[in-house]
Design a binder for this molecule. Structure first.
Ligand SMILES: [Zn+2]
Length: 74
């Protein structure tokens, strides 16, 4: 079963697939690479990927590396 929804990340048309045999609901957006897999029974998030969030995590990691670099220089 497939449902057309609006992507919660970018607002473009995304797809929501219901995999009853796996017991999971998969939401994916081709426009921005958003991915969310939740358990159909408990609603728990099994896998998630949002491009905006990934960029934030990367910049945080760079900041940590820069801090460590400064510590080495001192
Ligand atoms: Zn999107």
């Amino acid at each position: 079963m497939m449902q057309r929804i609006h992507c919660p990340n970018c607002g473009a048309l995304a797809e929501r697939h219901y995999h009853t045999f796996l017991g999971e609901v998969r939401t994916q957006c081709d426009a921005c690479d958003y991915l969310l897999v939740t358990c159909a029974k408990s609603g728990r998030v099994l896998e998630s990927y949002a491009p905006g969030l990934a960029v934030y995590k990367t910049s945080q990691r760079v900041q940590i590396l820069l801090t460590q670099g400064t510590a080495v220089l001192q």
